[in-house]
Structure formats: C-alpha cells, structure tokens
Ligand binder design. Sequence first.
Ligand code: ADP
Length: 299
Amino acid sequence: TITVVGSINQDTTLYVQAMPKPGETIRINKMVVSGGGKGANQAIAAQRLGAKTAFIGAVGADHAGEGMLALLRKESIDVAGVAVLAQETTGQAFISVDAHGENSIMINAGANTKFDAAHVRKYRHAIKNSDFVIVEFESPVADSVAAFEIAHKAGVKTILNPAPALKEIPTELLALTDLIVPNETETEILTGIKVTDEKSMTQAAAKLISFGVGTVVITLGSRGVYYHVGNQSGLIPALKVKAVDTTAAGDTFIGAVASVLRPNFANITEALTYGNRASALTVQKLGAQNAIPFKRDLD
Ligand code: ADP
C-alpha cells in the first residue's frame, strides 16, 4: 500500500491563437478540463501501475472538488483522508497555450495549502499501514513533516518529490527522507550543483545525502535517471521515444517506482527501469492524468 499526502487540482487548459494583451478579450479555440496536482497524479500512477493507494489532502466544497474526488474514486483510490473544506476553493490550475505551444499558468492553491498537520495525524493509521508514503511541495511542508514523522516511527519508508522547487530547504523533512527524487532543476536549487555529467551527479547526490537523505534518484528527462543507493550508483538510460508532452512524466516515474519497489530497496534498479518505461509512455501522450499508463500497458 502507498499513501500519498499531497495536492489535488482541477486543470483547465485554454488553447488560444495568442495570449490576450491587458484589456483585450479573446476567443478560446479549445478548452480542456482535467484532473491534476502532483499529489493526485502520483497517486493515480501508483494505483494504475499496481499498488493499492490511499490519499490524504483537501478539496473545497465546490463542483471542482466533487469532480476531482470522483476521478480519484473511479481509480479505486482510497479518498477517506481527503478533507472537504467548506470555506475553501479546490486547487485549480489555469493553463493557456498559444499557437506556438508556449504556455502560461496561473495556480489557485486553494484547499491544498489549507489542510494542516492535525488533519494528517488524524489519518495516521493509513500511513502506518503503508509500505511507502509520498509527499511533494504543493502542500504545506509542515504536513509533509508530520506525515514523515509518523512514517519514520512506524518504519514506513518515505519518498520526497521536491517539486515545485523550494528555495528554503526544509532540513527537518530531508532528515526524515528515505528516497528523494528531484529533477535536474530541483537538484540544482537544492544543492547549488548543476548536473551535467556523472561527476556532478555524484557530487549533487553526496550533498543531498549530507542533508540526511537516505537514497537519491535524480531524473534527467530524456537521459533517464541517476541513482545513488548505499555505495552503489549509476545511470539508467530512458527509452528512446518521441515525446509529445512531458507533463506528469516525473509524477508517473515516482508512482511507478513506488508501486514496485521493495521497502528495503533491494530491487531499486529494476524499479527505476520500470519507472523509465512507465514515464516513456506518459510523454508520448497529451495531457497529465489521461497520459498515465496502466500496468497492463507495460506488461
Ligand atoms: P519532471 O517531469 O519531474 O521534470 P523529468 O523530465 O526528469 O521529470 O522526467 C521524469 C522521467 O520521465 C525521466 O527520468 C524519464 O524516465 C522520463 N522521460 C522524460 N522525458 C522523456 C523523454 N523525452 N523520453 C523518454 N523518457 C522521458
């Protein structure tokens, strides 16, 4: 079982010829409403790729929240730990994409930032009964710390997706992290080291480990992943595919890895290979949640 403590958004994507200038009104060519949020994406990936998944988070008492909860239920994800907050709006991302494929994004974090550590603690049994707990930075860091403290005490392994990148490193959280999975940008922001070759990757991993993190996996987009576990390290190349939309590639990767990884990390290289295969499918499809593959697509 995997418990995800994190964000749920409704994504509204507006396809336009050109972005409107201040004061201008324009027509939208196409509008697509879909499920999003890094937490929800990771939970869907884990569940579709073979794990039983539970979610702890929050939505507002609005139509968007009802819709997003229905999407998670349809995946058979346990949403008992999702609070419906009467005074808040559901997290929403408004994405506009112009004819050149250039995008601009506005995010209403809404309920995602309004559930607190006490809410997480209320669902401690879900965390305690898991193999892994996964968090990211679209929800309050205090909530992630609370989740990791519960996990740590119960011997449950913790996975941190440090996205979107935070400038202030929450040292408390890093010290409770068994596995951190940053991409290249997040690695540079966390360590100050730009990852180019294997030497810089080794240096960045060493720095993260000096912060108290157990195991480091850096995702490198089309190059694949670098891992550093115990005294083993190496690169696992990505699959050569034609990427059309890399949205949710990292979320798919983490969900996929968590769904097959053994809690003692003994099969980590196989799990990372599985993650590469799963996210290679995601990048070949448009959208976020609808691009996340099922286990049968990989078998
Ligand atoms: P994020 O989406 O978080 O920025 P990355 O871009 O590093 O993360 O992608 C995560 C994983 O998705 C990579 O490690 C790789 O396995 C896969 N991936 C991403 N882009 C491609 C690509 N162009 N071709 C094949 N696999 C890809």
